[in-house]
Design a protein around this ligand. Structure first.
Ligand code: FA5
Length: 350
């Protein structure tokens, strides 16, 4: 009987070694562990043995059965793994950075309006500049006539990095670099500086229907000999009439910014409530859209331009607020929501 057990074990092992797939394994299972298989036969053969022999032989047959079952399970797992590896090898390379298939896709409304503004200013001879989001304290404040500890800094708290740099709180942070880039052409060749620079801004402030901690502005500057407030008003009016393509109620009132003198707040009548007052305009009927003014002599000096010889204007358009007004979006936070349901509804020509 002992030799029969070894024979079954050897034959089983030989067949298991040759098995190549799950069908082979199933055939082996039926052949060795099925009702008519050798293990069952061995069990049946015990009836002629003495009680003593039955006990010891029964234990050995049970051990054999457990051993065959374990080996079958092991080989099943091994073949499964091989099948998966083969499948992976047969799969063509893929690019995990490919966007999900969400249909045609669409531009974010801020992108749409930014591009429209860029076109308008390009057609008036302005260069479009890009600028960093992480800037130095000098660029964001000091070069703009806002020394350390100046109270004007309280209006624009932002996020600071350990190395002293910060996330820019306004696009004015690029002014100094723009003046330095174009000043030689201005001074040597008489080419006026005319540039716009849209960009993302950050402020550490509580959010509401018209305030976000991350929003877009678009700065514009023009510097030449004899630039005056009338030039500023002309460009602002042209930009607004082109963007909205209708007459808007606009008001210009004095505003303080250390980097302009004189400074103004340009507000438009709220297009959400028609001027009656609503959460989008803080119930005032007016929306602060585009502060502006004549560039302060200290700011021109910091940019390497002689304020005795040259003057200029600057404006800081609230691009995200312009988008709200253009599309009638009541809450600015919808624009950062990432909700495709909301954001895919806008098109260029609305
Ligand atoms: C400034 O940021 C100045 N740098 C603008 C400027 C440039 C003035 C050049 C003069 C000359 P202010 O903090 O007001 O100013 O922001 C400008 C515009 O950005 C606001 O009128 C508003 O439209 C928009 N804005 C400001 N803070 C937020 C905010 N938290 N969320 C959304 N839009 C904002």
């Amino acid at each position: 009987m002992e030799s029969k057990i070894s024979l079954v074990r050897d034959e089983f092992s030989a067949e298991l070694d040759r098995a190549e797939n799950s069908a082979d394994l199933e055939a082996i299972r039926v052949k060795y562990l099925g009702k008519k298989g050798p293990v069952t036969e061995l069990m049946k053969g015990m009836k002629d043995l003495s009680n003593e022999e039955k006990k010891s032989f029964g234990q050995k047959v049970n051990e054999l059965k457990a051993e065959l079952t374990d080996k079958l399970a092991e080989k099943t797992a091994f073949l499964k793994e091989q099948e998966i590896l083969k499948e992976i090898e047969a799969t063509p390379d893929f690019d995990i950075s490919m966007p999900a298939n969400l249909g045609e896709g669409s531009y974010h409304p801020v992108t749409l309006v930014q591009r429209q503004c860029e076109q308008i200013f390009k057609s008036m001879g302005f260069a479009v500049e890009d600028y960093a989001e992480i800037v130095s304290d000098y660029e964001c404040f000091e070069a703009l006539n806002i020394p350390k500890h100046h109270p004007a800094r309280d209006m624009q708290d932002t996020y600071y990095l350990d190395n002293g740099q910060l996330l820019k709180s306004h696009t004015s942070a690029a002014q100094n670099a723009i003046y330095k880039k174009y000043k030689d052409a201005l001074i040597n060749d008489g080419v006026p500086i005319k540039a716009i620079f849209p960009g993302r801004c950050f402020r550490n402030e509580a959010t509401d229907a018209c305030h976000e901690n991350t929003f877009f502005q678009m700065e514009g500057v023009m510097v030449d000999k004899d630039i005056s407030i009338s030039n500023l008003i002309y460009f602002m009016k042209t930009m607004l009439s082109e963007v909205f393509r209708k007459d808007l109620k606009v008001r210009l009132r004095p505003g303080f910014f250390p980097f302009v003198e004189p400074g103004f707040e340009l507000d438009i009548s709220c297009l959400i409530c028609g001027g009656d007052g609503c959460p989008s305009c803080k119930h005032s009927g007016w929306l602060e859209l585009c502060p502006c003014g004549m560039i302060h002599p200290e700011v021109l000096k910091a940019g390497g331009i002689d304020p005795e010889e040259y003057t200029g204007f600057a404006f800081g358009l609230g691009l995200t607020r312009l988008v709200m007004m253009k599309y009638g979006i009541k809450d600015i936070r919808d624009l950062n929501s990432g909700s495709l349901k909301t954001l895919t509804q806008f098109t260029d020509d609305e």
